[in-house]
Design a protein around this ligand. Structure first.
Ligand code: XLS
Ligand code: CA
Ligand code: CA
Length: 443
């Protein structure tokens, strides 16, 4: 059997922070217990099929540059098969438990819809067999509804019901495959569910179409035995100019408006947060605050470029904030941390895929260790309790229970006089956070 990554002999091992080996983990120690679970359970990393296996380094100005030893066969099904073997070899050597895919990542389109279905079925069966052999699991599946030319004007929000029917067929098959492969969630990312010009767009109707489409998916999921969770993955733009699932708040509003909140949570991507002019932690907290943080696409945007660069996540402070939010909500039962990240165009060696993932896994392992210490010491929680202490008063309770009024509050202000003016101590808290992040005792 052909080996695709012969330079990596066995599984990448944990060697500790002082190692000089670039193919070793410094912080990710899969069986180490942190906050009552092993690191592998707390972090639930997933490799994404589209960037890692299918990425070819092309950009709007240049042709493909990665010369991968897989997927080169002229027969499309044979190319899909070698790509899948490379995927499982990579995931196993990296020591990650999960992967995520789009239907069209794993199997090629055929000449007809029936041939496309048959291609997909073959590759899903292949994935089932490889999962069984390796113990690697599917985290989530998704239907690729952005690439094919028929989706130029949207998939579920298209002005033509026949295009919607094609999208429905993809979602139906991918949902069934997700059930067959044991995936715990199903993602909808609406890259083309948006518009470019209001001059030709019925915005209300398109949002209604999208709501109806999600309801059909939920109904089909019941028939197909899907016990997992549906996720919307917000993104403000790209490829659409205006996307209907702009950010976490917009998506939550959409779910509530179309009566879908019982079935959906959010999959928050770091780079999409950047594009929406939010921080990653803002989007995570927005979702988590209403019990809707389901999963994370971990990567990094570039603040000086205005597009979706999907770089590997190496920023420890951001990873710390993410893990702080995840630990505080008790984990991600349906989701995990999916590496929706790609190596740069210039990093065309297959080994760069290992360096990217190893660095990202170590950044999040450090984030987990730091967040665990922050929470055990209760530093931020203690400060916040003091900051909101007045809410323990009768008036505080009345405001939150909605049992007071503007009249009563005015009387309260008249009787109490001017409010105390307290510092938010932001700089102090940033210093405290830095002490935790850069503490030499994090090992
Ligand atoms: C694109 C999205 C996409 C989703 C899955 O920007 O990140 O890859 O994660 O469809
Ligand atoms: Ca993503
Ligand atoms: Ca992205």
């Amino acid at each position: 059997m052909k080996e695709f990554f012969p330079e990596v002999k066995g599984k990448i091992a944990y060697e500790g922070p002082r190692t000089k080996n670039p193919l070793a983990f410094r912080y990710y120690d899969s069986e180490r217990l942190v906050a009552g679970k092993t690191m592998r359970e707390q972090l639930k990393f997933a490799v994404c099929y589209w960037h890692t296996l299918k990425g070819n380094g092309s950009d709007p100005f240049g042709a493909p540059v990665y010369n991968r030893p897989w997927g080169q066969e002229t027969n499309a099904l044979e190319a899909a098969d070698s790509t899948m073997r490379a995927a499982f070899e990579f995931i196993q050597k990296l020591g990650v438990d999960y992967y995520c895919f789009h239907d069209r990542d794993i199997a090629p389109d055929g000449a007809t819809l029936s041939e496309t279905h048959s291609n997909f079925e073959k590759l899903v069966n292949r994935a089932a067999a490889l999962q069984k052999d390796t113990g690697v699991k599917l985290l989530w599946g998704t239907a690729g509804l952005a690439t094919h030319p028929r989706y130029t004007h949207g998939a579920a929000s298209n002005p033509d019901p026949l295009v919607i029917a094609h999208a429905a067929s993809q979602v139906k098959r991918t949902l069934e495959a997700t059930v067959a492969l044991g995936g715990t969630s199903f993602v909808f990312w609406g890259g083309r569910e948006g518009y470019s010009s209001l001059l030709n767009t019925r915005l209300k109707q398109e949002r209604d179409q999208l709501g109806a489409f999600y309801h059909m998916a939920v109904e089909h999921g019941k028939k197909a035995g899907f016990k997992g969770m549906y996720f919307i993955e917000p993104k403000p733009a790209e490829p659409s100019t205006h996307q209907y699932d702009f950010d976490a708040a917009t998506s939550l509003q959409f779910l509530s408006e179309y009566d879908l909140l019982d079935h959906f949570m959010l999959n928050i991507e770091a780079n999409h947060a950047t594009l929406a002019k939010h921080t990653f932690e803002h989007e995570l907290m927005m979702a988590s605050s209403v019990g809707k943080l389901g999963s994370l696409d971990i990567n990094r945007g570039n603040t000086i470029l205005g597009w979706d660069t999907d770089q590997f996540p190496t920023d420890v402070p951001t990873a710390t904030m993410a893990m702080w939010i995840i630990l505080k909500q008790g984990g991600l039962p349906y989701g995990g941390l999916n590496f929706d990240a790609k190596v740069r165009r210039g990093s065309f060696d297959s080994m760069d895929l290992f360096y990217g993932h190893i660095g990202g896994m170590d950044a999040f392992a450090r984030g987990l260790l730091i967040a665990d210490r922050l929470i055990s010491d209760g530093v931020l929680e203690k400060f916040q309790s003091e900051r909101y202490a007045e809410f323990e008063s009768e008036m505080g309770h009345k405001i939150l229970n909605r049992t007071t009024s503007l009249d009563e509050l005015e009387k309260y202000a008249l009787s109490r006089g001017e409010a105390h003016f307290r510092s938010g101590r932001e700089e102090l808290l940033e210093n405290v956070l830095n002490d935790y992040i850069y503490s030499p005792t994090i090992e």
